[in-house]
Write a protein that binds this ligand. Structure first.
Ligand code: BTN
Length: 326
């Protein structure tokens, strides 16, 4: 009932909703409505109550609770269930635990803070409280293992488009799924999969976005490589609005993907966001030393096609690249 009352208050921001009106809708006493309002206030909602008029929502707290994320969200699969935490070790780890119990395709895990945020290549993902988006999307797509790179690519495209729509800034994707703003990293995606060769049991798409981090949050090592939306736009950004945009675009791409649509259209859009075609890069596979290559293309399966220094043509389904000065 709390969620629904909040929904009514959010849908009626200009005026007041009387206790009597709400009690009729929910079939409870006005005292029960008052109790719910008090709970919402305890959670940080500012609600004006006026005798004879009723209740009006004045402000919502800066938090990613499920009512906030789900309010007005129109997705087919994503975020039907939102697992919300103040602090976790890693939202991907929580996601893995949930897959051992029961979960539905599209359930999400979000946290205000991560104490052991994981990046690719066993790196750490800086996750200060309430300054970023730390979200894992739990999926069970009926696809084979070899198509998983395609999923990684459309995840990056979905997040990139949502962030561009929100900021009106031009962003760039670094293959496979880093998002850069003015050449600095703003978002990273860690996809963890369990399955067999011909079948995926689940995929956890862990999305980390630097939203309101300040320069000091990154530390010496990252300060020239990473940035945040706040640093780039000069203003504090609303994390709920951004999450809702991401979920909406992701849901659309995921639905399209599951319906068997060709990957061609996504690939064309993805390639428009890449700036590495025909450029010299260094590619690192697993923990091996990086090797130099020239990028030729991205294949239909999402693989990076490169020409090595000795002229050999190779394709990589995963790895980490960095642009080399020619
Ligand atoms: C990268 O190295 O670029 C990937 C970073 C992924 C970070 C996100 S934050 C939410 C989810 N939980 C984690 O522990 N990692 C991912």
């Amino acid at each position: 009932m709390k969620e629904s009352i909040l929904g009514y208050l959010k849908g009626n921001k200009e005026g007041y909703l009387s206790g009597e009106y709400l009690s009729n809708i929910f079939g409870v006493t006005r005292a029960a409505i008052w109790k719910v309002i008090k709970h919402l206030e305890e959670e940080g909602y500012i609600i004006e109550s006026k005798t004879k008029l009723g209740y009006k929502l004045v402000a919502s707290p800066d938090c990613l609770n499920p009512y906030e994320i789900k309010a007005g969200l129109k997705t087919k699969r994503l975020a039907k269930k939102v697992h919300y935490f103040q602090e976790v070790n890693s939202t991907n780890n929580i996601g893995k635990e949930l897959t051992r119990q029961s979960f539905d395709d599209g359930d999400i895990v979000v946290a205000e803070c991560q104490t052991g945020g994981k990046g690719r290549f066993t790196r750490q993902w800086i996750s200060p409280s309430k300054k970023g988006i730390y979200m894992s999307i739990l999926l069970k797509p009926q696809i084979s293992y070899e198509n998983i790179t395609q999923m990684t690519l459309f995840s990056a495209l979905a997040v990139c488009e949502a962030l561009e729509e929100h900021t009106q800034m031009e962003l760039e994707i670094k293959w496979p799924n880093d998002i850069l703003c003015n050449q600095k990293k703003i978002c990273g995606i860690l996809t963890e999969i369990s399955g067999e060769v011909d079948k995926i049991n689940y995929a956890i798409v862990g999305i980390g976005i630097n939203i309101n981090l300040d320069e000091g949050d990154f530390g010496e090592e990252l300060k020239d490589k990473a940035t945040s939306l706040k640093i780039e736009t000069g203003c504090v950004q609303n994390r709920v609005t951004i999450i809702q945009k991401i979920l909406t675009v992701f849901d659309k791409y995921y639905d399209n993907y599951l319906s068997g649509a060709t990957f061609e259209e996504i690939l064309i859009k993805y390639k428009r966001k890449l700036t590495i075609i025909n450029k010299i890069i260094e590619i690192r596979i697993h923990h091996n030393a990086p090797v130099k290559a020239m990028v030729l293309d991205i294949k239909d399966n999402g693989a990076l096609k490169v020409q090595m220094e000795d002229g050999q043509i190779k394709e990589f389904l995963s790895g980490e690249i960095s642009l080399k000065k020619e």
